[in-house]
Design a protein around this ligand. Sequence first.
Ligand code: SF4
Length: 701
Amino acid sequence: MSEVTTHCPYCALNCGVRYEVAADRIVDRARWKESPLTAGALCSKGVTAHLQVHHQERLAAPLVRRGSDLVEVEWDEALDRAADGLLRIRNRYGPGANAVLSGGSLTNEKVYLVGKLARLALGTPHIDYNGRFCMTSAGAANKLAFGADRMMTPLAELERAEVAVVIGANLSAAFPVAVPKLLEGVRRRGGRVVVIDPRGSRFVRPGDLHLRIRPGTDATLFNGLLREVDRRGLIDRGFVRDRTTGFADALAAVANTTPERVVEHCDIPIELVREAAAVIGGTRRCIHLHGRGPEQQVGGVANVLAIINLGLACGHVGGPGRGVNMLTGQRNGQGGREWGQRCDQLPAGRRIDDPADRAVVAERWGVDPDRLPGVGRTYVEILDAARRGEIRGLLSICTNMSVSAPDLDRVEASLVALDHLVVIDPFLSPSTRHADVVLPGTTFAEEEGTITTIEGRVVRCDQAVSPLAGLADLDLLGDLADRLGAPDGLRFERGRDVFDEMRRVSAGGPVDYSGMTWDRLRDEGGLCWPCPDEDHPGTPQLYTGRFAHPDGRARFHRVTQPAPPEPVGPERPLVLTTGRVLAQFLSGNQTMRIPEQQALAPGPVLEVHPDTAAAFGLVDGEPVSVTSALATSTVEWTSNPELRPDTVFLPYHWPACNRLVAAHLDPISRIPAFKYTPVTLAPTPAAPTDDRPVAKEVTTR
Ligand code: SF4
């Protein structure tokens, strides 16, 4: 019997967990009290996470397509076929005809290798990840305003905050461990919690200030709050003068956003708008926490910039109990943005379109800078290019676009149009239906590596058991790179060896891991970047003295509210907004196989305000059809009085949701507008259209 410590594979809180292992199997779970932030606490998903590791539906052998069947073969045959298809396409159509899509659950080491494989082995610029659906608006706005893309203030600083502002984040479902408790502390000490969300949820308490905002109007609200804070004389003039630029311009841009205008656009009572301005502007100890609500919109970047403008104006950054914090969603969504999983990035937060950054990375990789491709297409754009025949080969690693991407009919057409689809995943999924080759991936417990938590803390995951299918992802990527004719540099024994190379590559860069060692990560409970030398304690709190822009100053921005491309109207009068439920994670490809999680949330349920249900004639116990401009889904429904009457909510874990959502993108972040889809409802006695949790395909020999 041995004990192994690692971190939950699902959300970016990355709760620590200890497993007892015997005969290469996880036999028990124990509380890892010393783990950072969450001290061993787990939500129900974390409690059952290890059940995926030895699950009977795990892929135990590689599969290749023969006719309509996926057939088990030996690793060599599957890897040959995977590489041959990609090489054939590269030779015939050029390197840009292949693309790579991956997920936010990969360790930093795999992210790094996948980026290296795409750029050096395939030579394609088209690599992106599902963090594009999650953090790109927040990341882009943070880079514009502060010069870096990371949560600025550790969550434990909520213990020193007098006010917490939660914007479009359902903490009860998305961050159930530690964060709701920290908010309780704010209330207990006499502070206020301000919630800005069209929908209430369990973490909202009586006494909280809940602004039930009309979807798609976040920038207008925050512009109005900035104007009102200024009118009340609550601007932190010293901070604005000493540490920022662009305030006068940003303030001029909100001159017409009066409280009356906010009421008209955002549909929030005027007294709540004024109270919110007084509460937020009345203290320097305020932490803003923004989630996907304001971010997954065509104005995602603008919305976050408006939030940041308010935080900067009030001096809510750079010190104890202060922060404008993005809430990263996926396990390693943060690491994915740091290590080259995105089409515009090189490792360590370097830019692929910056000649100096390219030169550094090329030198450390031992290649000519001209070998590095330029900026490629983003996730949705890669799928669109596939449908048009411009991209013909796709390597997909732990991302399930057939559930997670918008406009699923269009995704289906894209996958059908591909000449060659290679999927690496521990399980079959709806996305493997069109795969030519499926390579069994490792689960979180079968590999060692690091992940970067919601706070920018790099933590270590130790390996508990051997990979079920006999090949670790690290070796799989190395074998694939060999077959693609890659130079040396993608072959490593262990995760810690990749980490050592990453440290060297990161030295002096914006995301500097060079002072972190494998042992320090365990001994010190993780380390926050930048950590430039082995005596450096890491940097949990950013921006105490200067921001990451070359002049050290933060930037205000002029913000105007972008309009939705398709607004609500008589035909489709309600806004569909989407999000998570606690028991499931992303496309459910892991959690929906775990009976305990399925029992808690077996299928998609539409939430509807009771007045809206009555107005649309919905019948208790009978499904509802939800119709957008693209499609109709039939689902169960439930009454939720905590929701705005003009808004309905559907969790995105099932295809019933994203087949309704159009692929409208923010012009900067290219994030899809998951939070605003005009729909209409109708009662129906028909059975729900989508009750399949996950496609379970039979594999044959
Ligand atoms: Fe923690 Fe998130 Fe895992 Fe739940 S899903 S145990 S909150 S890391």
